[in-house]
Design a binder for this molecule. Structure first.
Ligand SMILES: Cc1ncc(COP(=O)(O)O)c(C=O)c1O
Length: 449
């Protein structure tokens, strides 16, 4: 059905059949604007750096007295966003754990925006809360296949998952942290937020925590990383788990990046030992092709420490009458149904489909590393464990090379400082990219001054 989108129209709601027509018409405006603008783009990031990008918003008054109308505003800002964003699907956009999204997940996210269930009480999310339960149970079993009652909650990402993991540890009497120097900054920040002392830091070797230096105590929570931000390395989980178990310490594994390897029978052994953790963070918006946010905190035992009473959401008599109590599933109150896009993706692709995508990215990283090793103008940091490759040009200022590529709009590569030396980081998350996409980038990195 054709729906008129006059500027004078009353704003329409998105619900119901009429709402669906309206959303479809507006989505067409947005999709057309994205497609047309994207076709005119030449690189993974606009050239010209900050001033050029910020200038795109010149003259756009965000709260005019008289609105410009839905279609006009959507078209205008979609074009600006499309032109001025990085394109995480471009193979040369490889700086961060920030990947392209699957079309099916993006479409599912639209459903969530229209239906708008809020995950803090059953009467706002009757079936979505049941779906979330199924999803978290499924992902909990992926992390803890041998456990009877593993649990999981949906989070906004690794930062919240790490905070929650450490909160659970604290509630179980572990009040001091120990982690590798390679741990994500959100771990130390979580300690600060929770009023715990700054973490005891363990040295690393080849990007991995040295388990022989760990020597934990029973009041500590050990944080290991499965897929570090800088190198994608996986800490020696079996040794760390054994040391934690001997001491009676809590073990939290930050698998925000590496957790996706669990979908693959071939790659899962790289995370061996993770199943001994007490809590595990996994982010499907990093390696899992989900729109942000799609975080999970999985635990080996049921989560009860977050339980809280708020009469308007989970009155005791309602709970006794059988109405599910959702407040203990998060530290947030209102919450988007992020479970929906993840559930649709898992069901659509299945474990095999997801494994294939993860395996492709990891195989690509091996190929890129092989090319880099052979390249006379490059040093390779080491073998990739997951899908991160670190290189540095033999000549030239590494950080300046990165900024030059950014400024020119040619490539978005990351940086990692290891043992005092700066490396360029390629985090390969595009399962459709091939080695042919990267030969030119390696040459460019080697020759840029
Ligand atoms: C290993 C690791 N843990 C946690 C995080 C934080 O994740 P988020 O940005 O989703 O909060 C990151 C972010 O890159 C990460 O690399």
């Amino acid at each position: 059905m054709r729906v008129s989108l006059d500027a004078s129209d009353e704003p329409q709601l998105s619900a119901g059949a009429a709402g669906a027509d309206r959303v479809r018409a507006l989505a067409t405006v947005a999709l057309d604007a994205m497609a047309q603008t994207a076709a005119a783009r030449t690189g993974p990031i606009p050239a010209g750096g900050l001033p050029a990008v910020a200038a795109a918003l010149d003259g756009i008054e965000l709260l005019p007295h008289q609105g410009v109308g839905e279609a006009a505003a959507l078209d205008e800002l979609t074009r600006i966003l499309t032109a001025g964003s990085v394109d995480p699907a471009h193979p040369w956009c490889a700086a961060h754990l920030h990947g392209p999204t699957l079309a099916v997940a993006a479409a599912a996210d639209l459903v969530g925006s229209v239906l708008n269930p809020s995950m803090d009480s059953w009467d706002q999310a009757p079936v979505a809360s049941a779906l979330e339960r199924e999803l978290t149970a499924t992902l909990a079993r992926l992390c803890f296949p041998e456990r009877d009652q593993p649990d999981a909650v949906v989070t906004s990402g690794g930062t919240e998952s790490n905070l929650l993991g450490l909160l659970l540890a604290r509630e179980h009497g572990r009040t001091r942290l120990v982690c590798g120097r390679n741990a994500h900054h959100s771990v130390a920040r979580a300690a600060w937020l929770l009023g715990l002392p700054a973490p005891r830091l363990i040295d690393t070797d080849a990007g991995r925590m040295r388990a022989d230096l760990l020597d934990p105590t029973g009041d500590e929570v050990v944080v290991a990383t499965a897929g570090t931000t800088d190198t994608g390395a996986v800490d020696p989980l079996p040794e760390i788990a054994a040391a934690a178990r001997r001491a009676g310490a809590w073990l939290h594994v930050d698998a925000a990046y590496g957790g996706a390897a669990l979908f693959s029978d071939r790659l899962a052994p790289r995370l061996a030992g993770l199943e001994h953790a007490d809590s595990v963070a996994v982010d499907l918006h990093k390696f899992g092709w989900q729109p942000i946010a799609a975080g999970i905190l999985a635990t080996r035992n049921p989560i009860t420490a977050l339980d809280v009473r708020a009469d308007y959401l989970n009155a005791g008599d309602d709970t006794e009458a059988g109405i599910p109590d959702l407040l203990g599933r998060s530290i947030r109150t209102s919450r988007r149904p992020d479970c929906l896009k993840i559930a649709v993706t898992l069901r659509a692709l299945g474990r095999r489909g997801l494994a294939m995508l993860v395996e492709r990215c990891c195989a690509l990283a091996q190929e890129v590393a092989r090319e880099a090793r052979r390249h006379p103008g490059l040093h390779l940091w080491g073998e990739p464990t997951l899908s991160t490759v670190l290189v540095r040009p033999v000549r030239g200022d590494v950080a300046a090379v990165r900024r030059r590529l950014l400024e020119d709009g040619t490539a978005v590569v990351g940086r990692a400082t290891i043992d005092g030396q700066v490396w360029l980081k390629l985090t390969l998350l595009n399962p459709r990219a091939t080695i042919d996409d990267y030969r030119g980038l390696l040459d460019l990195v080697a020759s840029t001054t």
